[in-house]
Design a protein around this ligand. Structure first.
Ligand code: PLP
Length: 376
């Protein structure tokens, strides 16, 4: 490398996009502005106040009184790994779903934590049936059970959550819920539904950029982590270490992503101003307009009303239509991002997100009219 070969990048000027895919979704302008404010040190009193606010906002978002509620430095997968990497000990039996892409990721992470993984089945496009979960508990006796509340790969909402947690707790197991694509968009009640560990992401329903991911552990789960025979395999995501910073001590563990925390705090402030129930209603209402719009064109959804996930709409690819062409034209001609199906649903569905700041009437009417124009 020659010292004279200094790169000459153009000024950063991202294209104008309307983000209607599975995330990230549009970031609220107030959140964007918060990221342009000056940094303070990660142990500055001001930063500590920001962290206190975030924890209060997250408890409201999760609907929990759990003390161990914080934002993991990293994306939703880092929060997923914090959950499984701390809760699962080597040789423990773990049960995860096989009805979507992210249930499979849970399994991979649990395996890397040393767990022995079994799956409970449902077809891609359907939620888990509690009877199947019960049968899987009888067969495998897992000590940790994970489920995905909003499966982004299929656009399915896991219903009957309390029944799942009841089965797990009757069997003395711990329950982990993935709410990356649902928290802040559809109803989720951590304490009332008795979920031990819940994690999410910032870049979907919260209208913030990726990078600071909500997670909460109840006391029961924290006791399990405290009682581990060997430390979590990841140093960075070890709850014991991370809690030295997020807990009362406020000691250095790793440098907090300060601007990302500002963004998350502003997103939580917006949520508190709107009110959680009003936010859920907005997502349902706006996504309802989206599905009405495509249904008026004769295009259906791949999920029945019963487990429809308003934040991620699996719109069926009409017969004779090439999904890739529609996706490309929406992006190049209309600046709208959506994506296609994954795995068993590849080529079968478009995945149209309606989350956070993207869950607005303006986005939906822009999408519906562009989708109609491209299909015409
Ligand atoms: N879980 C679900 C349900 C998701 O939709 C995603 C991302 O799309 C993840 C986990 C992983 O999150 P990330 O891509 O932010 O690491």
């Amino acid at each position: 490398m020659d010292m004279d070969d200094s790169p000459a990048f153009a000024e950063l000027l991202p294209p104008d996009r309307t983000l209607m895919g599975p995330g990230p979704s549009d970031v609220h302008p107030r959140v964007l502005r918060s990221m342009a404010t000056p940094l303070v040190g990660y142990l500055d009193d001001y930063c500590v106040e920001i962290m206190d606010d975030i924890q209060e906002g997250l408890r409201y978002l999760f609907q929990t009184d759990n003390e161990h509620t914080l934002a993991v430095s990293g994306t939703g997968s880092a929060a997923m790994e914090t959950a499984f990497g701390n809760l699962v000990e080597p040789d423990e039996t773990v049960l995860v779903p096989d009805n979507g892409y992210f249930g499979a990721r849970m399994g991979e992470m649990a395996e890397r934590a040393g767990g022995e993984v079994h799956t409970v089945s449902a077809p891609w496009g359907e939620p888990l049936d509690p009877a199947d979960v019960e049968a899987a508990f009888e067969e495998h006796s897992p000590t940790v059970f994970g489920f995905v509340h909003g499966e982004t790969s299929t656009g399915v909402r896991q219903t009957r959550v309390s029944e799942l947690t009841e089965i797990a707790h009757e069997n003395d197991a711990y329950v982990v819920a993935d709410t990356v694509a649902s928290l802040g968009g559809v109803e989720f009640r951590t304490d009332e539904w008795d979920v031990d560990v819940v994690y999410s992401g910032s870049q979907k329903c919260l209208s913030a950029p990726p990078g600071a991911s909500p997670i909460t552990f109840n006391d029961r789960a924290v006791e399990k982590v405290h009682a581990r025979e060997e430390p979590a395999r990841s140093w960075y995501l070890d709850l014991e270490g991370v809690w030295e910073y997020w807990g009362e001590e406020r000691n250095y563990h790793h440098t907090a992503p300060v601007s990302t925390l500002y963004a998350l705090r502003e997103a939580l402030r917006l949520l508190a101003e709107e009110g959680l129930e009003a936010t859920w209603e907005r997502h349902e209402h706006v996504a309802g307009a989206l599905t009405d719009g495509v249904e008026a064109m004769g295009v259906g959804l791949n999920t029945p009303e019963e487990y429809w996930l308003p934040t991620l709409n699996p719109v069926r690819v009409p017969d004779g239509v090439e999904d890739g062409q529609v996706i490309d034209r929406l992006l190049t001609e209309h600046g709208i991002e959506i994506v296609g199906g994954l795995g068993a649903l590849d080529g079968e569905i478009f995945r149209v997100g309606c989350m956070g700041h993207s869950a607005r009437p303006a986005n939906v009417s822009q999408f519906v009219s562009a989708f109609g124009a491209v299909l015409a």
